[in-house]
Design a protein around this ligand. Structure first.
Ligand code: ADP
Ligand code: MG
Length: 214
C-alpha cells in the first residue's frame, strides 16, 4: 500500500471512531459496516481504512502493513505493544477489564487459600501476568467469546472479560470481583514508519489529537 492505511475493526471501535474520523477529515467514502470491501477510501485520497479483526489491529501496524491503527488497550496489552508507538488515548470504547465469578463463589477465599483458580478468557497473557503478580496459581482456559458461559457451565471458576454496564454479567448471575485495568481505544503507529514517514504521519496524529479534544 503506497498511501496511508489506518487499521481498525468493525463494531464498537469503528462506531465510536466515526465522529473522530469526520473531525479529522477522514470520513469513509462508503459505510464500512455494510460494505464488503476491506479497504475503504476516505475523504483524503491518500488515506484508507483497513478493516481487520480487533485482535489483529496491532499485528498489522507492528508489521508496517498499516501505518496507523485504532485498538483497545485490552488488545494492546495482550499483543505486548512491540514495534508500536501509542501517542494518543482516544477516550472512546471505554470499559474495564474485570475478573468475574458466579454469584456466591468465594473468590477471596479461593485466592487466600492458594487454591488453583480455573480462569477462562480471551486475554491469556494479561490474565497470566495479573494473577502471577498476585501470586495466585491459575489454570488458563482460552476462549474466543461468550466468556460468561464458562462459570455457569462449570468450565471455569472465574472469567477475565470486559465490562461496561455490567448488564451481561448480571443477566448470567455473575459478579465482578476485581478490576484488572481501565480500557479505552488508542491510536497506534508503526515505530519505524514514524521515523521514515514522519512528514506524512505526524500531521495525521495531530489531526486525531485535535479531534479528541472536546
Ligand atoms: P470483538 O468481539 O471481535 O473483540 P468488539 O467490537 O466486541 O470486537 O470489541 C472491540 C474492542 O472494543 C475491544 O477490544 C475493546 O477495546 C472494546 N470493547 C469491547 N467491549 C466493550 C464494551 N462493553 N464497552 C466498551 N468497549 C468495549
Ligand atoms: Mg465483543
Amino acid at each position: 500500500m503506497t498511501g496511508i492505511g489506518i487499521a481498525l475493526s468493525k463494531g464498537r471501535i469503528l462506531e465510536e471512531t466515526g465522529p473522530l474520523l469526520a473531525r479529522a477529515g477522514l470520513s469513509p467514502k462508503e459505510d464500512p459496516e455494510s460494505s464488503r470491501k476491506l479497504i475503504i477510501p476516505t475523504a483524503r485520497r491518500d488515506v484508507s481504512l483497513v478493516i481487520v479483526r480487533a485482535a489483529d489491529t496491532p499485528t498489522y501496524v507492528a508489521h508496517g502493513a498499516a501505518d496507523l491503527g485504532i485498538a483497545g488497550k485490552d488488545v494492546l496489552e495482550e499483543h505486548g505493544g512491540e514495534g508500536l508507538y501509542q501517542p494518543l488515548d482516544l477516550g472512546i470504547a471505554r470499559c474495564r477489564m474485570m475478573v468475574a465469578v458466579r454469584k456466591g463463589f468465594d473468590y477471596a477465599g479461593a485466592v487466600r487459600q492458594g487454591a488453583r483458580l480455573r480462569v477462562a478468557t480471551k486475554y491469556p497473557r494479561t490474565t497470566r501476568d495479573f494473577f502471577a503478580a498476585k501470586g495466585v496459581h491459575v489454570d488458563l482456559i482460552r476462549l474466543y467469546g461468550s466468556m460468561e458461559l464458562a462459570p455457569i457451565m462449570g468450565l471455569a471458576d472465574a472469567i477475565v472479560d470486559l465490562v461496561s454496564s455490567g448488564r451481561t454479567l448480571k443477566a448470567n448471575k455473575l459478579v465482578a470481583v476485581e478490576e484488572i485495568m481501565p480500557v479505552s481505544a488508542r491510536l497506534i503507529v508503526n515505530q519505524a514508519a514514524l521515523k521514515t514517514r514522519r512528514a506524512k504521519l505526524q500531521p495525521l496524529i495531530e489531526a486525531f489529537a485535535k479531534a479528541v479534544q472536546p
